[in-house]
Design a protein around this ligand. Structure first.
Ligand code: MG
Length: 332
């Protein structure tokens, strides 16, 4: 086999079969993927089946704390997890550019397989395509995730009402900042790591809590964007307390230097929850007892006014605008 992807690796013939067997089927052996079948059978677990779809174009392909392979697993299963589901199955589509190094592909798919193992999800189906040099950007991944939600878990923005409390599971903006630094174009180097991880331990700890209304993972557009999504969908407003929102010093420093607001930067391993006032303390307690929830914090309240307002550290108020420009394209 050549060291780099050629168009023949996508032609349906021997090279493609060898690529799939050598890279994908080998790495995903634990998933018991059947590359000879046209469709996979999956076993039904309890409750209601939930399905989600995602694609990954992150640049660079590897960054401190993760890579496109592990991100494809975490990003997809996290959307199931915040919906109250337990993720079980993934499909994987890889769109590979001619000339891509096969060793790098092997490394990235091994990372994906390792993340799937850790998260107890199986890759049950997939597809590979090769595009001509200059028509791709190395590697894109696309996934579909399937999970099952207990019928007793009923979350959604429709449950949100004024007075509800807003809780975040950990510091904001780590992923966005780590990927930005990994691009090197800023000439900065930090010890910053992406927060990219499964949020299943966090969501499982609270999904059956009475008074939990809604959860979402603040990915593109960050925490501020989730607040706008809530305000738009519910007609209620949001009041956030700047001093209560956890942001790492290193993230704050980089953001100040480069003119970013960490509230708009992507996280890939955090959850924002909205809970009734009587449930907020219990939710915080449960999150803080989970490894990735040690820095969970109550950051704000749902209000009757339809604006997203930040109470600043200096005691003032400022409107958090809805994101317009993309501050960091291809972050996930
Ligand atoms: Mg999401």
């Amino acid at each position: 086999m050549s060291d780099h992807i050629t168009l023949a690796h996508g032609n349906g013939g021997r090279f493609m079969r060898e690529l799939i067997e050598d890279i994908f089927a080998r790495a995903l052996a634990e998933s018991r993927i059947d590359t000879s079948a046209d469709a996979a059978a999956i076993e039904w677990h309890e409750g209601i089946a939930m399905i989600t779809s995602d694609s990954f174009t992150v640049k660079p392909l590897q960054f401190p704390g993760g890579d496109i392979g592990s991100l494809a697993v975490h990003g997809t299963i996290n959307d199931l997890a915040v919906s109250g589901a337990t993720p079980h199955y993934l499909t994987l589509n890889a769109i590979i550019e001619e000339g891509f190094a096969i060793e790098q592909l092997r490394t990235l798919i091994a990372s994906l397989a390792q993340a799937a193992h850790k998260c107890a999800v199986r890759i049950v189906a997939g597809d590979t395509k090769v595009v001509s040099r200059g028509e791709g950007s190395g590697l894109y991944l696309a996934t579909t995730g399937v999970g099952f939600r207990p019928a007793s878990v009923d979350l959604g923005m429709r449950h949100i009402t004024a007075g509800d409390q807003i809780i975040v599971s950990g510091p904001a903006g780590d992923h966005g900042t780590a990927v930005m630094l990994a691009r090197e174009q800023f000439g900065l180097r930090g010890d910053l790591q992406s927060d990219a991880a499964s949020v299943v331990p966090l969501t499982h700890a609270v999904r059956e809590l009475s008074g939990l209304r809604f959860m979402r993972d603040p990915t593109r557009g960050g925490v501020a964007t989730v607040m706008h999504e809530i305000a738009r969908a519910t007609g209620f407003g949001v009041r956030l307390h700047e001093t209560a929102i956890p942001v790492r010093d290193s993230v704050r420093t980089v953001c100040e230097m480069l003119g970013y607001d960490p509230l708009y930067l992507a996280c890939e391993g955090r959850v924002v929850a909205v809970a009734a006032p009587h449930a907020a303390d219990e939710l915080l307690k449960r999150w803080r007892s989970v490894a990735d929830g040690k820095e969970a914090a109550l950051i704000g309240t749902i209000t009757d006014h339809s604006a997203v307002v930040l109470e600043t550290a200096l005691g003032g108020e400022r409107l958090l605008q809805e994101l317009e420009d993309d501050p960091l394209p291809r972050i996930c």
